[in-house]
Design a protein around this ligand. Structure first.
Ligand SMILES: C[S@@+](CC[C@H](N)C(=O)[O-])C[C@H]1O[C@@H](n2cnc3c(N)ncnc32)[C@H](O)[C@@H]1O
Length: 234
């Protein structure tokens, strides 16, 4: 995927002001998700399945400490909150956080950009870090940077779960973009298993991929035991 390589090599920030976008979208965001999921259309087809799958992955183990990056209105982790999990939510949109606080008042919230929140998380370890439809707002080079850094915030047997618009290969993602060309969001950088395995998370994590809908999936990242990934670069 050409756009991946251009952005991977040259990096930079997205041109769109996502903070403003989500502040404006906060009041109708849940309806947008529901409609797209129910109609099985890009981008949220499979959202409720992803929600259920993430819940089931986590709920078998009690007392896990969860960090949700891009918590939004709180839809993704609401059931986990009701099951008693301790959740910290990071989001750059204060309006999205306001909505989440109504659902999950006892969460800890950090109203900051992903790339600025790391000092605040310094030394804190989580069992699960969730990105649900949120990491795609970062350029691939920043996705890599953030995931590399967050390996310091994971307990040894912890994992990062990414639920998003996602495909196994870059060419599948390109086909998806063509099939949805009228509504495809060119300013979002969706993960593919191929790119993550080859470039993004190669050094620190092993990855497991599950396809969920025609346009979505879940990746689970677990820390490599050999953190330097010495053998992988050979
Ligand atoms: C599509 S919404 C997903 C919200 C929620 N996780 C869900 O499952 O519905 C993306 C969320 O990520 C937040 N976000 C986007 N870019 C961000 C960034 N660079 N730093 C922090 N939050 C960001 C947005 O404000 C928004 O709440």
């Amino acid at each position: 995927m050409l756009s991946f390589w251009i952005t991977f090599l040259f990096g930079g920030n997205t041109m769109r002001d996502n903070k403003q976008l989500f502040n404006d979208w906060a009041s109708s965001y849940d309806d947008s998700v529901k409609k797209s999921d129910q109609n099985n259309t890009y981008p949220f087809a499979g959202y409720s399945l992803i929600q259920e799958m993430i819940y089931k992955k986590i709920v078998t183990v009690p007392n896990l400490k969860i960090l949700e990056m891009g918590i939004g209105t709180g839809r993704m982790t609401f059931k986990l909150y009701n099951s008693g999990y301790e959740i910290t939510g990071v989001d750059s949109s204060s309006k999205m956080i306001e909505k989440s606080k109504i659902l999950m008042p006892l969460n800890k919230y950090i109203n900051k950009d992903f790339l600025k929140v790391l000092p605040e998380l310094n030394g804190i370890k989580y069992d699960v870090i969730i990105f649900a439809y949120s990491i795609h707002h970062l350029m691939p080079i920043n996705q890599k940077y953030l995931l590399d850094m967050l390996s310091n915030n994971l307990n040894p047997y912890g994992c990062i779960i990414i639920g998003d618009v996602m495909t196994r290969t870059s060419s599948e993602l390109d086909s998806l973009a063509i099939e949805n060309s009228g509504i495809w969001d060119e300013e979002e950088f969706y993960p593919t298993l191929e790119d993550y395995n080859n470039k993004v998370i190669k050094q620190f994590y092993d990855v497991e991929f599950t396809k969920v809908s025609f346009c979505s999936g879940i990746m689970t990242l677990r820390k490599k035991t050999n953190k330097k990934g010495d053998n992988d670069d050979k």
